[in-house]
Design a protein. Structure first.
Length: 154
């Protein structure tokens, strides 16, 4: 699976359906991905995983030792609310109501492609996230990646 890129503004219709942007669907390649798994994400967003990505991630999650309390809690939270969704003939997916409520999604959403998955944010939460970005992104980059790269890696 290739890396997905971009931010996309979308709207939910009265039935809770969202049209997937053609620019995003086009990045999914010739496989014409039509099945995704949608789930609760971090920081009040939803995560939309192409089915093959979900399968890969769940292999790692399923390998966790469930006799460890933190692992068991993580597995429970990770799977909570997960549902398969299929793109219909009009390139729409149906957003489950409970997941919409979790992410405070009403009508306007932002899709943010992150690596091999898609974050789904209420527009209001996404705008707040953007407003809270650090003043100096270079400081954050140094903290997170400072020891990871040589100048020749860039």
């Amino acid at each position: 699976m290739q890396q997905l890129l971009g931010e996309y503004e979308c709207k939910l219709d009265a039935k809770g359906r969202m049209r997937m942007p053609s620019g995003l669907l086009g990045q999914l390649g010739e496989a014409e991905v039509t099945t995704f798994v949608i789930n609760r994400g971090f920081e009040k967003c939803l995560m939309l995983y192409p089915e093959d990505v979900w399968d890969r991630i769940t292999q790692e999650v399923n390998d966790l030792n469930v006799y460890n309390k933190k692992n068991r809690a993580f597995v429970r939270y990770f799977y909570r609310g997960a549902q398969k969704v299929t793109v219909d003939s009009a390139d729409r997916i149906l957003m489950p109501k409970r997941l919409q409520e979790y992410a405070d999604i009403e009508k306007e959403v932002i899709l943010s492609a992150v690596n091999d998955r898609i974050e789904i944010w209420s527009k209001a939460h996404y705008d707040m996230l953007i407003d809270e970005e650090p003043d100096d992104f270079s400081d954050l980059a140094e903290d997170v990646l400072g020891g990871s790269f040589n100048q020749t890696d860039l």
